[in-house]
Design a binder for this molecule. Structure first.
Ligand code: SF4
Ligand code: SF4
Length: 94
């Protein structure tokens, strides 16, 4: 799935124990286990950089407090509604 990201996350590799629960639970599948080993000798989770919705499921399923921080991105401002055209029977005449 692609589209404009609505969220972002950071993962603290020193807190992550590489259990993979967040990877399995992420609905858009935007997490993966890194091929590199952390100082704990595990493969820490990392964000692929695409499609996070900011849903927070990874945060709630992670057993390590502080390993994941979820950010919900503010949506872009909506385009200003096109100017209402004047006219009609109640429009002032000049
Ligand atoms: S916040 Fe949701 S979409 Fe984003 S990485 Fe976590 S589980 Fe996936
Ligand atoms: S759920 Fe937490 S500890 Fe497990 S891999 Fe994901 S970030 Fe690491």
């Amino acid at each position: 799935m692609s589209g404009q990201a609505r969220g972002n996350i950071t993962i603290d590799v020193e807190e992550c124990k590489g259990c993979g629960l967040c990877v399995e639970s992420c609905p858009p599948k935007c997490l993966e286990l890194a091929p590199e080993l952390s100082s704990y000798g595990v493969h820490p989770a990392r964000y692929t950089g695409h499609d996070c919705t900011g849903c927070g499921i990874c945060f709630y399923c992670c057993p390590e407090p502080g390993a994941i921080i979820v950010y919900r991105l503010a949506p872009p401002p909506k385009a200003v509604a096109s100017q209402v055209q004047s006219g009609g029977e109640h429009a002032p005449t000049v």
